[in-house]
Unconditional design. Structure first.
Length: 465
């Protein structure tokens, strides 16, 4: 059951922010905080809220942990190597604790929603002072106040399907490109994925709160809004609304800006959604639609709720309604019980769909998921061979794919220094394609029309019209 944090509870946390700020004001120098976020864009958004609360407590910020007064690792649980990196960095912090026993070291995010992780931190990392879960983010002011006054080790990982806390302060990483969470959690329970277990069940923010945040961001100069959710396509089901309705509402806000979104699930990519995107001029013409496998048998084992044929029908409708759309996807190679025949079906899907680009991964088991208990007879060496073969197929498709843009004039959001040449400027098209072009740096933060002159495998180069 979704819990909406009450105004009274948020006022209480505001009081703790003020108490922390008063304590910090008595220091000779303001405290510095180092917040390191691992993982997805949702984690980055949470990190902006952590920084927002710490800033209002009177903290400055450091890009390195050495010498910081507060160190917080905001963690990810999706892949094992992310967890290994966190543990490696945590181990290194014992030297900081020896140098400065008063430093506050905290760990939060998806990793600590797993009981075995919390136990490991308690046992193996005694220099960690504070552990708090994804449902406790809004209580950070109270937790920090406890550290400043009592210095007692605190582990606060409340269980439940998840919370929604409105009104948290935000320190944006990028004022030009702003992330706005529209929902949290996931109901899909793909057999390889830990997210539903660490982020809770799906819960949607109200349309009014989302629109208010979007308007504030645009008034502050944002030119790109990234609508975030583990599965944005299922937004609003419990509220009696839908993601297409939300897109139309955001699209109707005054101003010149672009709307992006992530992540999408193919089972909820309806014709209504595709029609809405085709009719909303501010929504990007880029569909990142993770297919994961080209084999319907493997998709069933993954609990993805669509078949290969279903996915192809979605792609066909996208290209019918939005011919200039770019299509990217995720592929997992070597899923448990996958055979060479299943892998061949993935290769044939890639050749049939002709994705603009792919994010590809060799399957990595996650403790606590159903797939981790499935038979996995294919060797790591063979999976590696499949992976390289897949990259070769996509590479052949990708070469020359951007040639279709040569001669076209595209609307580009100018973001900064060039990618192909630092003397140029760079931006992205509505298809999320990188474009470099010559121009004055005063153009950064605005939209320009660029005529494309050259195409590389991963970027375009052109001139301002």
């Amino acid at each position: 059951m979704t819990v909406n944090i009450t105004a009274e509870e948020m006022a209480k946390q505001r009081g703790f922010i003020e108490k922390c700020a008063e304590i910090n004001s008595r220091r000779e120098t303001p405290p510095t905080a180092h917040v390191h976020t691992f993982g997805c864009q949702q984690n980055v958004s949470d990190g902006e809220k952590i920084k927002g609360m710490l800033a209002e407590m009177g903290c400055g910020f450091s890009d390195i942990p050495e010498g910081a007064d507060i160190i917080i690792f905001n963690t990810c649980a999706v892949r094992e190597n992310a967890e290994d990196r966190v543990f490696g960095n945590l181990g290194a912090l014992k030297h900081e604790k020896r140098r400065n026993p008063d430093v506050i070291i905290g760990v939060c995010g998806c990793m600590v929603q797993q009981e075995h992780i919390v136990k490991k931190i308690k046992r193996s990392f005694p220099h960690v002072d504070l552990v708090f879960g994804t449902n406790a983010l809004h209580t950070l002011p109270e937790l920090i106040y406890g550290q400043l006054t009592e210095r007692k080790r605190e582990f606060y990982v409340p269980e439940g399907d998840g919370v929604i806390a409105e009104g948290l302060p935000i320190r944006r990483e990028n004022a030009l490109k702003v992330s706005i969470p529209i929902m949290y959690g996931c109901n899909n329970f793909c057999t390889y994925c830990i997210v539903p277990y660490v982020r809770g069940r799906e819960r949607s923010r109200s349309t009014e709160d989302i629109l208010a945040e979007a308007r504030t961001a645009i008034q502050s100069g944002a030119k790109e809004l990234l609508l975030l959710g583990q599965n944005v396509n299922s937004y609003g089901k419990e509220l009696g609304t839908s993601f297409p309705e939300l897109l139309r509402a955001v699209n109707a806000i005054d101003g010149e800006f672009r709307i992006c979104y992530m992540s999408s699930h193919p089972k909820d990519a309806t014709r209504e959604l595709i029609d809405t995107i085709s009719e909303c001029g501010k929504v990007t013409r880029h569909f990142h639609l993770p297919v994961q496998s080209g084999s319907s048998r493997i998709l069933g084992l993954m609990n993805r709720h669509y078949t290969r044929e279903d996915y192809i029908k979605i792609v066909e409708y996208i290209r019918e309604r939005i011919p200039d759309a770019a299509l990217t996807s995720d592929i997992i190679v070597g899923f448990p019980e996958e055979t060479r025949e299943d892998f061949e079906e993935t290769l044939s899907l890639i050749r049939e769909v002709r994705f603009d680009s792919l994010y590809t991964f060799i399957y990595s088991p996650r403790k606590g998921t159903k797939a981790a208990e499935m038979p996995d007879p294919v060797s790591a060496e063979e999976k590696g061979g499949w992976f390289r073969e897949l990259l070769d197929v996509q590479g052949d498709i990708g070469r020359g794919l951007y040639e279709k843009y040569v001669g076209q004039t595209l609307r580009v959001l100018c973001e900064g220094e060039g990618r192909t040449d630092p003397s140029l400027l760079t931006g992205k098209t509505p298809q999320d394609v990188i474009v470099d072009f010559d121009g004055d740096r005063s153009l950064i933060g605005g939209f320009v029309n660029v005529k494309i002159e050259r195409a590389y495998q991963w970027a375009l180069v052109g001139k301002i019209v």
